[in-house]
Write a protein that binds this ligand. Sequence first.
Ligand SMILES: Cc1cc2nc3c(=O)[nH]c(=O)nc-3n(C[C@H](O)[C@H](O)[C@H](O)COP(=O)(O)O)c2cc1C
Length: 248
Amino acid sequence: MNSTIDTILSHRSIRKFKSEPLKQAQLDIIIDAARASSTSSYLMAYTMIGVTDPDKKRALASISNQSYIEENGHFILFCGDYHRHMLYASDKEKAVMAQNVQSTEYFMIATVDATIAAQNMTIAAESLGIGVCYIGSIKRDLDLVNDLFDLPEHVVPLFGLALGYPDEQQEIKPKLPKDAVYFENSYKDDPSHKDVLAQFDQTIEAYYRTRSTNKRTDSWTNQMIKTLHNERNNRLTPYVKEKKFNNR
Ligand SMILES: Cc1cc2nc3c(=O)[nH]c(=O)nc-3n(C[C@H](O)[C@H](O)[C@H](O)COP(=O)(O)O)c2cc1C
């Protein structure tokens, strides 16, 4: 249809990068693409931290259990951030602001702003032939990430983006069909919803069975039942609250 749509529809996560570092001009332009994003109330409630220090990359690779982060490519940590918003406030103003940003709404705004910026960066990067993989597993040790990057109060790490020139060919991973994720005028939870998922299970089973790497026998619905049996990160809730987010 056009090259932007082609780029978006060709997305696949890349987890193996060439040793060639990203060109500075390309890095600058993808940072600009992130900065150009829509943002709630003009807050731009996020910060990106590019990680070039080999020791910090090694630590991130270990925390997230993804060795390629240490080996090659670039890494950008995306954080929700209301620190800068208070820098010009008086003590009296800051006291009120510091209370208000602890609402669930401000927490959501920060995560949404950071995510939109990251996805704009992703599309820009992929359009330049750079592969990316989001890394949520940095949350496996939030306290260490916090210390590694000197994150102040009102700044929380959300996820990372590993970027580099692809050194692997990955098939495109099938996604839920339109009938499963797009409804009109109301949520449509009739029996057809389950039928669409059953059909998708067949698609994803064939994909897992035939893809070139990490072949497996699994369906999407089964995978989701297993995934949502994981309690996930017990430390996240207190950590976020300690950083003065999502307390009200
Ligand atoms: C917020 C977020 C966090 C993710 N965290 C990880 C991660 O820690 N490790 C990883 O290998 N992939 C991670 N991924 C990539 C997903 O596994 C991947 O996007 C999904 O399986 C779909 O595959 P695709 O990106 O190739 O289409 C993450 C994706 C998102 C959006």
